[in-house]
Design a protein around this ligand. Structure first.
Ligand SMILES: C[S@@+](CC[C@H](N)C(=O)[O-])C[C@H]1O[C@@H](n2cnc3c(N)ncnc32)[C@H](O)[C@@H]1O
Length: 371
């Protein structure tokens, strides 16, 4: 019992820490550019809301403020969360900006809202940068920088009011509140681009929406997001941690993805595949090559396809494929029928997969789309 509760405490501590993983500018830029490649007007005349983002620390704010005109934004709204351990403390995002009030010791922590309607080279030094944004915010001309009444919780009435005004929500929300966070986006029928843990695709709040093509993955999972900035208090260990050229502490993870309902080119590219006969003859996987046929599950009428690149192009029935298939999923090529992931009572879920009495890896059930 004591052991159980200490494991729970550790897990909770880890979760709380993961809530303080900050996104790198380069990862945001890399992802957003994919939507622009597909449709340069994806963000044009749109109100963007980053609702888990202290402008002093968030690269989402920084990215959208600096690219405000290039993207053709109508408005950028950002709200910070008061209990954040780094709220209002990381002024370096505003460079050496002399216009910000100097504070002795740790500044008073309040939750703020920033509303930007216009950005320009205000100091006319020929370059538009965050100092211009800070000056314009301070002058309160066409832009607003004001304290929130509450703590900036994305579920609070005042943040929901801002959410209602927004067209697209873009952020990396707290992992520990992810289910609630995403549910709110669905409830308010918002367009969004957010970062989540890979496991989120199996959540009952999300998998059915992926199945119905109401939400999908962004442009890559795993290493596509190259790492997160962590606070000074976060212990760095192993080869997955480094300090970047700006002194930021970066932890590389391979378990995150972008989740979105904004369209992009990758999901319209068909997966190149061999026929079943070709796979059985030439597959690079020893589990397939030389076999007489693909295996079948004991508890569901489908063939087991252990690798995404071994999906036969000519099989008309149902196929069980690895969860990573979703990273390659093209809704014009395949349809998703359900999952063999867990034993829950959801209508799309058919339990965990078994072959010859042995439990095998979690699978997604798919079928080729009829031409
Ligand atoms: C994973 S961090 C990411 C921060 C930032 N969005 C970024 O990508 O760099 C999640 C952020 O959400 C904030 N947060 C935690 N609980 C929140 C809540 N209930 N409402 C709004 N923000 C919250 C945390 O303080 C933290 O700054």
């Amino acid at each position: 019992m004591a052991r159980k509760s200490s494991i729970k405490n550790l897990t909770n501590a880890k979760r709380a820490k993961n809530d303080e993983f900050y996104t790198q500018y380069s990862d945001i830029q890399k992802e957003i550019e994919k939507y622009l490649d597909y449709n340069p007007d994806t963000f044009r005349n749109k109100v963007i809301y980053c609702n888990c983002d202290d402008p002093f620390e968030s690269n989402f704010f920084r990215y959208f403020a600096l690219n405000f005109n290039k993207l053709g934004l109508k408005r950028l709204i950002t709200t910070s969360y008061k209990p954040s351990p780094v709220a209002n403390t990381q002024l370096q995002l505003f460079g050496d900006n002399k216009t910000l009030p100097k504070v002795k010791g740790r500044p008073k922590v309040t939750a703020n809202k920033f509303i930007i309607n216009e950005v320009k080279d205000i100091d006319e030094d020929g370059e538009f940068n965050l100092q211009d944004v800070a000056k314009q915010l301070k002058a309160n001309k066409n832009n607003e920088w004001a304290p929130l009444e509450g703590d900036g919780d994305f579920r609070s009435d005042e943040c929901i009011e801002l959410l209602k005004q927004a067209d697209i929500i873009v952020t990396n929300p707290p992992f520990s509140l992810f289910r609630e966070y995403v549910k709110q986006l669905f409830d308010y029928k918002k367009k969004f681009l957010i970062i989540g843990n890979i496991n989120c695709i199996t959540y009952k709040e999300i998998f059915p929406k992926i199945k119905e093509n109401k939400v999908w993955l962004g442009n890559g999972m795993g290493r596509w997001i190259s790492g997160f900035i962590v606070p000074k208090s976060y212990e760095l260990y192993g080869s997955e941690a480094r300090i970047d050229e700006n002194g930021n502490r970066i932890v590389a993870t391979n378990n995150c993805l972008w989740l979105t309902n904004l369209d992009h080119g990758r999901r319209h590219q068909p997966l190149p595949l061999m026929t079943m006969e070709e796979n059985l003859k030439y597959s690079k996987h020893k589990e397939i090559k030389g076999k007489k046929s693909y295996e079948k599950y004991d508890n569901y009428d489908a063939i087991e396809v252990p690798f995404v690149d071994a999906i036969p192009s000519d099989y008309k029935g149902v196929m069980g494929v690895p969860v990573t298939f979703l990273d390659k999923y093209n809704p014009d090529q395949f349809e998703i029928l359900g999952s063999l992931i867990t034993d829950n009572n959801e209508s799309y879920s058919y339990g965990v997969p078994y072959i010859n009495g042995k439990k095998v890896y979690a699978r997604i059930l798919i079928k080729h789309k009829k031409k």
